[in-house]
Write a protein that binds this ligand. Structure first.
Ligand SMILES: [Zn+2]
Length: 119
């Protein structure tokens, strides 16, 4: 399995934090992870090497899969192993990596990329 068309959202993340620190965004605007996002981070996420930029807690990186080819599995959080299994079925689909803080609810999209089977 491999990934292609990787897009980093680091720039947007940094811009959001700058806006927050400049007082042009409220913490409630950026710390809005809902129950589903936090539960997915607990059950499917892995610890990030980075600390939460808002409160310093451990961040969890969660992978979400998207694409019509996935059927009812589209839009769900998945482990790397499950993603590899979908790719083994011959499917090609988008994977979003989202960081979530379960303490202050900070969340941000980190990358989007396409998982595919490398021949
Ligand atoms: Zn936090």
């Amino acid at each position: 399995m491999a990934y292609k068309h990787k897009v980093s959202h680091e720039w947007e993340r940094a811009a959001t934090l700058r806006e927050l620190r400049a007082g042009r965004l409220a913490q409630d605007d950026v710390c809005d992870a809902d129950f589903l996002l936090r539960a997915a981070a607990t059950h499917h996420g892995v610890d990030s090497k980075r600390a939460c930029p808002i409160c310093g807690s451990v961040l969890r990186n969660t992978r979400w899969v998207y694409g019509e080819v996935l059927g009812r599995r589209a839009g769900s959080a998945r482990s790397e192993k499950e993603i590899a299994e979908f790719v083994a079925e011959g499917l090609e689909f988008t994977v979003h990596t989202v960081e979530v803080c379960r303490s202050c609810r900070w969340n941000h999209l980190l990358t989007s990329e396409v998982a595919f089977r490398k021949c």
